[in-house]
Design a protein around this ligand. Structure first.
Ligand SMILES: NC(=O)c1ccc[n+]([C@@H]2O[C@H](COP(=O)([O-])OP(=O)(O)OC[C@H]3O[C@@H](n4cnc5c(N)ncnc54)[C@H](O)[C@@H]3O)[C@@H](O)[C@H]2O)c1
Length: 270
């Protein structure tokens, strides 16, 4: 009999930004593979909706309302999990926020807000997670949701967000090396545009320019479509599971070929 390396039965998964598009899809995917879900988000009603969805599938879920970038909240949530359930096995750092402001118009407060949510929050959650895992001496996996914006420039006022995502990518490599001998694998995913509520809201705010934007976006994606949240959740599942037991420090694009495609290139032979 072969072992199912994707089976997550008995694993406890903490995920930040769980009520959003990629977060929810990931909870469904990992919960469907047998994991117990520990969902955190600032959006209480979103967590309630997620709970109903997962409970309908008989997936174990525990929710924690809190801000992933606030140290007190993160410490409180991990200590509640540890006291009631013991050390978790998997952390998905997913909660992030961007802005679309030209660099010359970006205020210090806006910069701080983006860095807090999209970079510092990843560190705080990784730190609290690692303390519990190291103490329990168990193997663990951390998956950071980065972005193609972390290693290629996309303009359109993504400057602060892209800089934070670049930080997430380097944080992934550093943590992978720091914690390799302890058995904590650390990897990141770089999505292209993903069809989530947050992404759709942004496209809508572009008004008349939305169609031009979509055409331009799709021209950069060789597979010819934006990603669905499930595309990202599937990659998270792989990296979080024993299927990726020998994989650490990897930055995995899930982008339909976007990063591989040179802006001056052609799709196919012309
Ligand atoms: N959607 C895309 O096109 C896309 C592309 C590349 C990368 N990503 C990345 O994927 C991740 C998820 O994005 P999404 O599209 O699902 O977003 P989303 O807006 O659908 O969901 C984000 C969730 O995070 C929560 N959240 C935001 N700030 C928080 C905080 N400080 N503390 C706790 N919760 C917080 C929100 O309430 C929301 O539920 C993010 O890291 C994002 O940068 C998204």
């Amino acid at each position: 009999m072969t072992t199912n390396v994707f089976n997550l039965t008995g694993k406890k998964v903490v995920i930040t930004g769980a009520a959003g598009g990629i977060g929810s899809a990931t909870c469904h995917q990992l919960g469907g593979a047998g994991a117990a879900i520990f969902a955190t988000d600032v959006d209480e009603s979103g967590l309630q909706r997620l709970t109903k969805e997962l409970e309908a599938k008989k997936i174990e879920i525990h929710t924690f309302v809190g801000n992933a970038s606030k140290e007190d909240d993160v410490v409180r949530i991990f200590s509640e999990i540890a006291n009631k359930f013991g050390a978790p096995d998997i952390l998905i750092n997913n909660a992030a926020q961007g802005i679309h402001t030209a660099p010359q118009d970006t205020t210090g407060a806006e910069w701080d807000r983006v860095m807090d949510t999209s970079l510092k929050g990843y560190f705080l959650n990784a730190r609290e997670f690692s303390k519990l895992v190291l103490q329990a001496k168990k193997k663990a996996a951390l998956v950071n949701i980065a972005s193609i914006a972390g290693s290629s420039a996309i303009g359109r006022g993504n400057f602060a967000y892209s800089t934070a995502k670049g930080g997430v990518i380097q944080m992934t490599r550093e943590l992978a090396i720091e914690w390799a001998t302890a058995g904590i694998r650390v990897n990141a995913i770089q999505p292209c545009s993903v069809n989530t509520p947050g992404w759709r809201r942004w496209v809508e705010t572009e008004g008349e320019k939305a169609q031009i934007l979509m055409t331009r976006l799709l021209q950069g994606i060789p597979l010819g479509r934006v990603a669905e949240p499930e595309d990202i959740a599937n990659a998270v599942h792989y990296l979080a599971s024993d299927a990726a037991a020998m994989v650490t420090g990897v930055i995995l694009p899930v982008d339909g070929g976007n990063l591989a495609f040179n802006a001056g290139g052609n799709l196919g032979h012309y």
